[in-house]
Unconditional design. Structure first.
Lengths: 440, 478
């Protein structure tokens, strides 16, 4: 794939006329996807896809097209030649773009991982064996992921990774289930067996009679996975400069200076600690870290090249949507081993689900508990909890009611496969809350 | 292309299979948008490829590729065959006992003036007119408008002569205005692509897009000045652009048979509906009539055949409140031994089909909207979804809208901001006490329904009149 992309990049460079400039961005994968239900295979298959965004620029005019690459060099040259023709036809009809910003300084990079993956079929056999007698449901995604950038200034960036992500649940009954994940570059059947053992232990807890809470306030612990759901919602137009400028960010209270989160809470876009490429689709490299919230105060924003030009700021190499790829929350001082003891009596929440805003710019959000969530009394798990709806503000959850963050942080690799396999991740601690508002 | 693919399929289709198919999809998406007087970068995507699927003994497999040469298809079949052999005897259902359809037929969207028949300058002029109409006040701090065009062609071939050729043309216009003043922000939109239809340029004769800018902006300003939505249990009228979401989340998803069969329990979730409830469960009041209807010409997810080649026809899922039929396609019907509908759908060539919603509609009633309003002593009327959250069984929900109107003593008393409501699907629809007639009936749709592993985002259509619900938990913001 790398050779193919580089040859197409050289071809496109050779096709430029006069002061024309091109940029191109590749998103490609060779992936296997195997769905499991009831400990058996539901849908097994493979997907090979490569999409190239080609942007043609002349002066301050630009237009682009994304095409699926065929894989044959001459056939792909032919379709790119045809697309260039169409872009050239359109370009003169477009007005100048005052927000156009491109990177003219060549900044090459190469990230190539060795492929240590076993065959997907072997991993599936291991999964089916460990799932014997269990109601196991989930998805194994495995294979190679590619991202690349090239332009007519000679810049070339290449990223390839080879990994698996087995995202699964062991179901006790109906909606009572334990959700787990195992992702990495090398499949180790002993590690997987250990993770299954942990999941089975939690499954036994789900067999106890469940408890239904009345709406109201409770003391609560959010696991790193549960915290990631809150941050995922905030990532939807929360951290980008455009959402700050048009005042639609849920962090509006912080932006306008009349709200502050807990001094314990600091958040960064941690490119160097994540697994995503360190370049974006316009060819800008991303700094190793961008501070977003520092000790509870807004300290920065994700800034796309377009926003940088529009608002006179320095780009952070953010994508067009200005959403993070590699969030990290600074660790606290609560050992995870002490969480139940410190929680005392309250709710231990393994997962949250389907979050959305009750009042976006007030930072108020709602969502459900899901999967393994337990009622705890005097530091002991007593009963699984029937699903509850929360409705609370970030100013409380990450501010006034935040009691402690755990020392340990989990690296959570995204299992998202919308359009293509995600390269996103987050590194998060768990959060102990003095008070958490359930409403339904 | 169709003829070439048919020949190649005949040539490379492997022997020794009980079933084989090739599904070709080519889709061209164009988005033209303008924000604050600046044309956004033109975005065009041309996506093309095939998925081949085989059933061999007790196994199955698929493979997707953009390489449409004979050798490319051969490699794809080889991968699919490998999966079929490796999954033999390990499947959650036995493909060898399943008779897949081998249909023939065609479908084409009804379009009078296609996207490519309209000049670029005409499209630009439309957006420029809206862009100039939106900033009516200095408190409008951001605004934008856009047109999304999607043209899709699919060809579905099977090893026993099945051949289905379908072509769709779709258009989704949108606009929004953000108003801000003294620390408060309000946004009004044209539905965030909620008015997505199979159509050409004539959509602008059906929906009030050209002249909607001043109204959208004015409502955003009015929301800044409006009181918060009241809190309490009261009557609730949902306009079609919120009914769309209500139908989708608390009828559509819970009735998907693959969810009921457990396929989605690790991701999209399960369902409070169980198989034994069909035919006996009173889902809503006797005013509730819900149909799977692939025959509405302008509706977003109309088609003649689903992605497994099953002919599609209108079916009642809920009739007079009684739950009759799930949203389950051929494979789910086989697994559950239940009748369903033709709703096996994939978002593109690179994802396998599964049970999806397509068009899911509420049949109109016999009251005018004015009569519904007149019957409310105290309540809120809500427009345009902005927030949606529901549990993984599709039962406990909380939804929010862009704008509300207070109703007192049968009259609309003015705008209220941040309107939200909560409920439980299993009981919410029983509180349906009024269904408006065709005067308020709107054909809507969205490109953004997410589900499945691997994940898929797909188009769905929802048509509904305004509906009245009694004694609903309503509340405001902050």
């Amino acid at each position: 794939m790398q050779k193919h992309f580089m040859e197409l990049a050289d071809f496109l460079t050779s096709q430029m006329r006069g002061d024309e400039v091109y940029t191109s961005y590749l998103t490609a994968e060779d992936s296997d996807f195997v769905r499991i239900n009831h400990g058996q295979i539901r849908q097994p298959g493979s997907v090979s896809q490569a999409n190239l965004q080609l942007r043609l620029l002349q002066g301050k005019r630009q237009c682009s097209v994304t095409v699926g690459l065929i894989g044959d060099l001459e056939a792909d040259k032919a379709q790119l030649r045809a697309q260039l023709h169409d872009l050239r036809e359109l370009l003169p009809h477009l007005p100048e773009d005052p927000h156009l910003l491109i990177n003219e300084s060549v900044d090459n990079s190469e990230h190539i991982e060795t492929n240590e993956l076993p065959t997907t079929a072997d991993m599936v056999d291991n999964i089916l064996k460990e799932s014997t007698g269990l109601d196991c449901v989930g998805i194994l995604a495995s294979g190679s992921n590619y991202r690349a950038f090239a332009n007519s200034f000679g810049q070339r960036n290449w990223f390839s990774s080879h990994n698996f992500n087995w995202d699964w649940s062991l179901v006790h009954s109906v909606d009572k289930a334990v959700k787990s994940g195992y992702a990495g570059k090398e499949w180790d059947s002993n590690v997987f067996a250990s993770k299954m053992k942990d999941a089975k232990a939690q499954l036994k807890l789900l067999a106890r009679p469940s408890k239904t809470l009345k709406p109201g306030s409770v003391r609560a612990y959010l696991s790193p996975v549960a915290l990631s759901e809150i941050l995922d919602l905030l990532s939807w137009s929360g951290f980008g400069l455009a959402s700050h400028k048009n005042k639609t960010t849920p962090l509006l209270g912080l932006l306008e200076g009349n709200q502050r989160l807990s001094p314990q809470f600091s958040l960064q876009e941690d490119v160097v600690g994540g697994v995503a490429p360190d370049f974006q689709s316009d060819g800008f490299r991303r700094p190793s870290q961008v501070s977003l919230i520092e000790e509870g105060r807004l300290s920065g924003a994700l800034i796309s090249p377009r926003s940088a030009k529009e608002f006179g700021a320095q780009t952070t190499g953010a994508n067009g949507g200005e959403s993070p790829d590699s969030l990290a929350v600074t660790a606290g001082d609560l050992p995870t081993a002490d969480v139940l003891k410190e929680l005392g009596t309250g709710v231990w929440i393994g997962n949250l689900w389907y979050l959305n805003y009750s009042d976006r710019t007030a930072g108020r959000m709602t969502g459900m508990t899901r999967f393994a969530t337990f009622w705890v009394e005097n530091g002991e798990i007593v009963a699984p909890l029937n699903v509850m709806r929360f409705d609370d503000t970030i100013h409380r959850m990450l501010g006034s009611e935040l009691e402690a963050l755990t020392v340990e942080r989990d690296l959570l690799l995204s299992a998202s496969t919308y359009y293509n396999r995600s390269t996103g991740s987050s590194r998060l601690p768990g959060v102990l809350l003095k008070d958490f508002a359930f409403t339904l | 292309m169709a003829h070439q693919l048919k020949e190649k399929f005949k040539s490379v289709c492997p022997a020794g299979v009980s079933f084989a198919s090739l599904r070709y999809v080519q889709e061209t998406t164009e988005v033209i948008g303008m924000r604050r007087g600046v044309l956004e970068p033109i975005d065009k995507t041309i996506d093309r490829g095939v998925m081949v699927t085989v059933f061999v003994n007790g196994g199955m497999g698929y493979a997707a590729t953009a390489d449409l040469t004979e050798s490319g298809l051969k490699k794809a079949f080889s991968k699919a065959m490998d999966w079929a052999h490796r999954s033999n005897g390990k499947m959650v259902f036995d493909p060898s006992t399943l008779n897949m359809p081998h249909s023939t037929g065609t479908y084409r969207s009804t379009v009078q003036r296609g996207w490519t028949d309209v000049s670029f300058s005409e499209k630009l002029d439309l957006l420029r007119g809206i862009d100039e109409a939106l900033p009516i006040d200095e408190r409008i701090i951001d605004w934008s408008s856009s047109l999304m065009s999607v043209r899709t062609e699919s060809l579905y071939l099977t090893n026993e002569g099945g051949e289905v050729h379908q072509e769709w043309e779709m258009l989704a216009p949108d606009m929004m205005a953000v108003a801000h003043h003294e620390g408060q922000t309000q946004k009004r939109s044209f539905g965030s692509r909620g008015i997505s239809q199979q159509t050409g340029w004539e959509v602008f004769d059906r929906v009030d897009y050209r002249d909607a800018g001043p109204r959208i902006a004015s409502e955003a300003i009015q929301l800044l000045e409006a009181p918060d939505c009241p809190t309490g249990n009261m009557d609730l009228i949902l306009m079609p652009d919120q009914m769309m979401l209500q139908i989708h989340e608390s009828i559509g998803h819970p009735l998907e048979l693959d969810r009921i069969l457990g396929d989605e329990r690790n991701y999209a979730g399960t369902s409070f509906v169980t198989m034994d409830m069909f035919g006996s469960f009173q889902y809503g009041s006797d005013l509730l009539n819900v149909t799977f209807d692939p025959d509405v010409p302008e509706e977003f997810a109309s088609y003649a055949f689903d992605d497994n080649g099953t002919p599609a026809e209108k079916s009642y899922l809920i009739r007079n409140g009684m739950l009759e039929r799930p949203l389950g396609a051929a494979i789910s019907q086989h697994r559950s031994n239940m009748a369903g509908v033709a709703n096996s759908r994939a978002c593109s060539w690179n994802r396998p089909p599964m049970d999806r919603m397509a068009n899911l509609n509420i049949e109109p009633g016999d009251k005018s909207l004015d009569e519904l309003v007149a019957s409310v002593e105290r309540g809120v009327l809500m427009h345009t979804n902005t927030s949606w959250s529901i549990d993984d069984s599709r039962n406990k929900f909380q939804f929010g809208c862009e704008m509300g109107e207070l109703i007192e003593n049968g009259e609309r008393k003015g705008i209220v901001k941040n309107p939200n409501y909560r409920g439980i699907s299993a009981t919410f629809w029983k509180a349906l006490k009024g269904v408006a007639n065709r005067e308020s009936f709107e054909v809507l749709g969205t490109p953004y329904c997410g589900k499945g592993e691997p994940n898929q985002v797909i188009r769905v259509g929802h048509a509904s009149p305004a509906c009245l619900f009694g004694n609903i938990d309503v509340f405001g913001g902050a």
